[in-house]
Design a protein around this ligand. Structure first.
Ligand SMILES: Nc1ncnc2c1ncn2[C@@H]1O[C@H](COP(=O)(O)OP(=O)(O)OP(=O)(O)O)[C@@H](O)[C@H]1O
Ligand SMILES: [Mg+2]
Length: 246
């Protein structure tokens, strides 16, 4: 069988840990507590692809467009020109809700279905190869019928995979160990899970990152330190960091 094509993330250390990148078309849950660097990693992933001919879209549910842009301008990897060149798209989901006439606080499954088709239409019309949804938790939290969350994530994953879009679903974790998603279903239907955590070490908070699962490839299961600098995210093996970082 031919090897599956890879989507190279461009995050230093992550592609090596994944044996070359995320298998193309996978839908991956990027889970972590607040401030662990999920958004930054997502935008760096999209920017890397967009600069190499793979159009990317970031669906923002939790942060308004201007604020997000302001935060990203601080990072050297962020190339704002890619937006003007129609290679990188940032879409404010609250505006999408308004455009679709979905104005109430709670959503029915029909509303979510409407949103799902709007996301799919966007991805097709813009020839998207990489997508980030930030966050799937925020979309699910407005769903009045929690039993439908599995269906939503399943349908979304299936359609994005069908169109060959390698997707990061950002999942906001509220802390309890051993869980990768708020509703406990997102992890079962996604092809991969990447976990970002805060670990205390000698009084300092340290960011870590670990690949929990990734369908379609062998991968490292080690915990890495994730260093966030103005240049972006960098994964360093935990042991190596311990030797040089103390
Ligand atoms: N220019 C920068 N250089 C290095 N680190 C930065 C820079 N700007 C922000 N950070 C760090 O990144 C963190 C936020 O990262 P990011 O927004 O990607 O995390 P997040 O997991 O998406 O957070 P949230 O849960 O709030 O959405 C900040 O708390 C800060 O520590
Ligand atoms: Mg964020």
């Amino acid at each position: 069988m031919p090897a599956r094509k890879r989507c190279v993330t461009g995050i230093e250390g992550l592609d090596a840990a994944l044996n070359g990148g995320i298998p193309e078309g996978n839908v991956v849950l990027l889970s972590g507590a607040c401030g662990t660097g999920k958004t930054t990693l997502g935008i760096e992933y999209l920017t890397y692809g967009a600069a190499r001919g793979e159009n990317g879209v970031y669906f923002s549910v939790t942060e308004p467009y201007e604020k997000l842009l302001e935060n990203m301008r601080a990072f050297s990897f962020f190339t704002e020109n890619l937006i003007e060149e129609n290679k990188l798209f940032i879409i404010d989901v609250s505006l999408l809700y308004n455009r679709l006439g979905l104005l109430g606080e709670d959503r029915t499954i029909e509303d979510i279905d409407t949103l799902l088709w709007a996301l799919i239409d966007t991805v097709r019309a813009l020839h998207i190869k990489r997508a980030v949804i930030d966050s799937i938790t925020a979309i699910c939290s407005r769903l009045a019928q929690p039993s439908k969350i599995r269906e939503l994530v399943f349908n979304l994953s299936r359609m994005f995979t069908h169109f060959g879009v390698t997707t990061l679903l950002i999942s906001e974790l509220a802390g309890s160990a051993g869980r990768y998603s708020t509703y406990d279903v997102e992890e079962a239907v996604s092809d991969g899970i990447i976990l970002q955590e805060d670990v205390e070490r000698m009084g300092n908070m340290m960011r870590t990152i670990q690949i929990i699962k990734m369908r379609g490839t062998a991968h490292s299961r080690a915990k890495y330190v994730m260093d966030l600098s103005t240049e972006g995210a960098l994964m360093v093996p935990l042991l190596k960091w311990g030797l040089s970082g103390e």
